[in-house]
Ligand binder design. Structure first.
Ligand code: NI
Length: 252
């Protein structure tokens, strides 16, 4: 399996070697690490150069766009010459924490979509309480990049709309939470061919480790929950979602 969105550089309770060993021991053989802060980009280049099975994404998280600088565009273009840069991400809109700079969020989001289009890379989308604006901006500005709705948090209706538009949905630990009725419904409803597994480690730890720090090894609990909701085997979930991840991120 592939953990398609995992901030392993932010996990505090384990070393990188331990994180990767635990992942392998639990059937996760590739990890894709998104950028959030500007300084992440250097860290991610180090990680992808050091570890064979670690891939990276470059970009600035919507909550961090005040630190955006147009010089990042050239920097990202340069770094993206490395074939282990699998996407531009995580980018998007977050109206949950602070609504005071929504316009700047939109502006930087659009710049990063255009950059992804130019680099022919997929976009890994952070959308928190901004479903409509996120969807509309992608539809208006994205020209050819594959779209992943990371940590999908919308309704079944919105999920169907995203699938219809060709987007992939990243499903993480939330689906294992007992009270996550909406998320369970989504995981059951959308075609398996559109689902990607992700932990968003160190956040959103699945049951039975909810409350502790998350890590890529826990992808298996997400796969198990999706399998049980869809009444199929965990192996089928693993097989299909791994193929999906390879296709969307263009990795072997
Ligand atoms: Ni994230």
């Amino acid at each position: 399996m592939i953990d398609t969105h995992s901030h392993i550089n932010m996990i505090e309770s384990l070393s990188l070697d331990e994180i990767i060993k635990n992942a392998f021991d639990n059937g996760i053989d590739k990890i894709i690490v998104p950028s959030a802060y500007p300084a992440d980009m250097e860290n991610i280049m180090d990680l992808v150069n050091k570890y064979d099975n670690v891939y990276g994404m470059l970009g600035i998280h919507p909550s961090e766009v005040k630190s955006w600088d147009d010089s990042f565009i050239e920097k990202i273009k340069n770094y993206a010459k490395n074939s282990k840069i699998a996407a531009i991400g995580e980018i998007g809109l977050d109206y949950y924490w602070d609504k005071s700079f929504n316009d700047l969020q939109k502006e930087v989001f659009i710049k990063q979509i255009k950059l992804a289009n130019e680099l022919n890379l997929p976009i890994d989308i952070h959308d928190r309480e901004a479903h409509k604006d996120t969807y509309d901006i992608i539809q208006e500005h994205n020209n050819g990049s594959k779209v992943i709705m990371h940590c999908f948090s919308g309704s079944v209706e919105f999920a169907r709309e995203c699938v219809k538009a060709g987007f992939y949905l990243g499903i993480g630990g939330v689906v294992t939470f007992k009270n996550a009725v909406k998320m369970k419904e989504v995981a059951k409803d959308v075609p398996l061919e559109k689902i990607l597994l992700e932990t968003d480690a160190p956040y959103l730890t699945p049951v039975p480790f909810r409350g502790k720090e998350n890590q890529p090894a826990y992808v298996k609990y997400i796969a198990e929950e999706i399998a049980s909701l869809r009444e199929i085997t965990k192996e089928e979930v693993a097989l299909v979602t791994t193929e999906n991840a390879k296709t969307v991120f263009n990795i072997k």
